[in-house]
Design a protein around this ligand. Structure first.
Ligand code: GUN
Length: 284
């Protein structure tokens, strides 16, 4: 029998801890952590993320503001806003919602968010620090995955960890975090030969591909821990992960559901990073 990894529960407990930390910072140094979210265009999924972020901030006492810009915003206009936020003392975390419209150079924008407020952990300085093993801000989804594994006392040290997907947001950083925690890490992608042969070795399997039900039961070892990062809509419009949950859940030891697994942790770790950033600015 497998156990569900309940991202909502881990999130609730972590958010309580964050709310306490926010309160302590306010009373000890008069600083209220502040997060600015920047949204360009009207991608419905991104609007939902940003709305959820706002509500989550309110609940833990973090000040938040939203900057909604039209799809035709130029790169220069967006850079001007980023610069303004870089220099705004109320703001400790800046989040530029991805994806950006095609005419804007995403890399250039992310490089212009000051690394001291880069709570997404996307700036090359923060990516470099993560690789070096001296992280400042860790990207929220990978960080949330590690938090969940720890919450359930799942041993990372010595485990065979297989990550399917090599994105800058999830695949690469989660591989690095697992490596720092002494897992043996293999990263797979669309050109991997005989993917099943590799995934069947995994004690911990992280699926971050972006294709519904891509990981099938025959690709997973009995008793593995399966972390599903996917958020896809199937033909009926229902939210589904990258993992064929129905056929796999009896075979594994732990598995994250979609929704209610990794998803809630991403916003939680964004709040966490914003609090950490505010503490850094207060010299704590
Ligand atoms: N789009 C999808 N995931 C993320 C994320 O973690 N951060 C940002 N900024 N945009 C995203």
């Amino acid at each position: 029998m497998s156990e569900l990894i309940d991202g909502k529960k881990v999130s609730e407990d972590t958010r309580e801890e964050i709310a306490k930390g926010v309160e302590e910072l306010k009373s000890s140094s008069g600083i209220t952590p502040g997060l600015a979210a920047v949204l360009v265009g009207d991608d419905p999924a991104s609007e939902i993320y940003v709305r959820n972020k706002r509500k989550a901030c309110e609940k833990v006492g973090i000040y938040s503001e939203e900057h909604k810009l039209p799809a035709e915003t130029t790169e220069e206009e967006l850079l001007a806003l980023v610069n303004k936020l870089n220099n705004d003392d109320k703001i400790h975390g800046i989040l530029v919602q991805l994806p950006l419209p095609d005419h804007i150079n995403e890399t250039n924008i992310l490089r212009n968010v000051t690394p001291l407020k880069d709570v997404d952990g996307f700036h090359p300085e923060n990516v470099g620090r993560l690789v070096e093993g001296n992280p400042r801000f860790i990207s929220c989804t990978p960080y949330g995955i590690i938090k969940m594994l720890d919450y359930y006392n799942i041993e990372i040290k010595g485990a065979e960890a297989v990550v399917v997907g090599r994105s800058n947001i999830v695949g690469k950083p989660v591989g690095m975090l697992l490596l720092h925690r002494h897992a043996t890490v293999t990263t797979c992608h669309s050109r991997t030969k005989d993917l099943g042969e590799v995934t069947r070795r995994a004690d911990i399997l992280v699926a971050a591909i972006g294709r519904a039900n891509f990981i099938t039961a025959d690709m997973v070892k009995d008793g593995a821990v399966v972390i599903d990062v996917g958020i896809n809509r199937n033909e009926e419009g229902k939210l589904t992960g990258d993992v064929d949950f129905a056929n796999l859940s009896d075979k594994v030891s732990y598995i994250t559901p979609v929704p209610g697994g990794v998803g809630p942790m991403t916003i939680t770790m964004l709040l966490w990073n914003t609090l950490e950033s505010a503490k850094l600015s207060a010299g704590k």
